[in-house]
Design a protein around this ligand. Structure first.
Ligand code: BGC
Length: 518
């Protein structure tokens, strides 16, 4: 008789083993001889022991104790200095001046568009700004998945697709949005890849990241390519600002809170920008900006340091990526890779210790079969039996029967890697705070930056930060661990929701050819 039948599921017999198909609980038949049951139990316990050893080795290899975090953040600060000295001064951090001279103040008025290209989805949006009193009066957006073949195709194909989506979206502009008659519509273009800007509305693509690889665009002006595609569609809309998503995030933060000094993205990819004193940018050759300040895009995804706790899984992810050798920091922290690293660790424990009955699940061995949102869901499973973990293992890897110990290992691997990523991101932020004298280690506060009334707001955006509560908590804790109590109190991480979209439209407004107030 199948015990599983009592649970209301269909039962099937394989030899002397009965399997409940619906709930996937394997039930041992009473006919298993005792000696055999003992040997299975011994085998399981041995496999569990080996799995625990591998897990503990992995935990050690991924550890980020305070000392190591300090080394990482010191290396970040040192590379920032080097990158500001001369073009190519740092092999890792590009430290790109953004030409953004005016962060939004809240005075901006009018209708502005934004196109946000930086991950597997892109968005078009419009906002109606109403000045200091009314701020953002209305907003609308549309999100579109980029067909995967366009991520590896030609720039004409990509931009024709984007320009068409934009044209269709502009055509739906209706009530609540008021384009100024006689003005050409203006748009901010968030292009979240490394770009050497040549003005606030032009820039040369340095290389691609996050799975994109469109070779003909490298070395060319990305705004020109976009505007040509807009022209082919016959649309009347002009790019007023080319913006990295971190800069949009900083702008969106500044619009609401003038203490905002850093913009950080923790999403598919990762990166940060900050407000720097113009005279600290030794490599700058153009006339100094009137404000005396510049926003610098670190492109910290490409940061590396001998102190980064890299493991076999990081090596594998890097070697098999479309950009091997690049973006080490991003590949350890960013949402595009977190799920894949977790998967590789589980696959190794499966192979070497027989986790989930060894290599029996082909999906477990399929690259990128586990996405980061699943890691976050499994990690936040607080049920006594880890039922959410069980469900995801079944849904994603088709592993139908797991023991509690196995599920606990999965939960631990998620925890280890989220903690590592979050603490490394925190070390990066502390590195920047140190560079601008806001980490509490110097007595002269903000080292000459205008905004120095005691608070430093870090505008944060990206799915990893927004939707992964444990990741956020680990980051906050690491920042508090690294800074003195007083400094930690003065640093506020604030979600700048949709910074790359809204913030980019705000930058189009603050760089409008018609001025900011009509
Ligand atoms: C890009 C950055 C971007 C970051 C977050 C990285 O891969 O190089 O420009 O800011 O992703 O989207």
């Amino acid at each position: 008789m199948a015990i599983g039948g009592a649970l209301g599921c269909m039962s099937m017999s394989y030899g002397n083993t009965t399997v409940c198909v619906k709930s996937a609980v394997v039930v041992r038949s009473r006919r298993v001889p005792q000696w055999r049951a003992q040997s299975i139990a011994q085998q399981k316990s041995k496999s569990n022991q080996t799995a625990q050893i591998l897990l503990s080795e992995f935990r050690q290899a991924s550890a980020t104790p305070l000392q190591r975090l300090r080394q990482v953040s010191d290396d970040m600060t040192a590379e920032m200095h080097a990158g500001l000295l001369s073009e190519g001064g740092s092999q890792q951090l590009k430290m790109l001046p953004t030409y953004v001279e005016h962060l939004p103040t809240g005075d901006e008025e009018g209708l502005f568009y934004a196109v946000d290209l930086g991950g597997t989805n892109f968005r078009v949006l419009r906002v109606q700004l109403g000045g200091k009193e009314k701020r953002i009066m209305n907003q609308e957006y549309q999100e579109v998945a980029i067909p995967p073949e366009l991520m590896l195709g030609t720039s004409k194909e990509l931009f024709d697709f984007i320009a068409k989506t934009l044209a269709d979206f502009v055509a739906t502009e209706g009530e609540g949005f008021d384009a100024h008659s006689g003005h050409i519509r203006e748009l901010g273009f968030a292009f979240s890849f490394p770009v050497l800007q040549t003005s606030v509305k032009s820039g040369i693509v340095i290389h691609w990241t996050k799975g994109f690889k469109i070779d003909d665009a490298v070395g060319k002006d990305i705004v020109a390519a976009f505007e040509e595609a807009i022209g082919r569609k016959g649309d009347h809309i002009r790019v007023a600002a080319l913006v990295n998503d971190t800069v949009g995030t900083l702008a969106r933060g500044r619009f609401w809170n003038e203490d905002t000094m850093l913009g950080v993205i923790l999403g598919t990819g990762t990166n940060a920008c900050y407000v720097e004193r113009a005279d600290a940018v030794a490599k700058w050759r153009d006339p100094p900006p009137k404000s005396g300040e510049m926003i610098i895009n670190l492109e910290w995804g490409n940061f590396r340091s001998p102190h980064l706790p890299r493991t076999f899984a990081d090596e594998e992810v890097d070697v098999e990526s479309v950009n091997p050798g690049d973006q080490w920091f991003e590949k350890m922290v960013g949402g595009m890779y977190l799920g894949e690293i977790v998967r590789r660790v589980l696959a190794k424990i499966a192979q070497e210790a027989g986790l989930f009955g060894g290599s029996s699940s082909p999906k477990l061995f399929e690259p990128f079969s586990l996405s980061t949102p699943y890691v976050s869901k499994m990690h936040s499973d607080e049920s006594a039996e880890l039922t959410e973990v069980a469900k995801i293992l079944e849904d994603v890897f088709e592993i139908q029967s797991t023991t509690f110990q196995e599920r606990k290992i999965v939960h631990d691997v998620c925890d280890i890697l989220a903690e590592r990523g979050a603490r490394l991101a925190a070390a990066g932020i502390v590195g920047i705070l140190k560079k601008i004298g806001r980490d509490g280690s110097t007595t002269n506060g903000s080292q000459g930056l205008k905004n120095s009334n005691g608070k430093t707001v870090v505008a944060m955006d990206g799915g990893l930060y927004e939707h992964y509560a444990q990741f956020r908590a680990y980051m906050q804790a690491a920042i508090e661990e690294m800074l003195s109590e007083t400094a930690a109190k003065s640093v506020v991480l604030e979600l700048s929701k949709d910074g790359s979209g809204i913030g980019t439209a705000l930058l189009a407004a603050s760089h409008s050819q018609y001025g900011t107030v009509f």
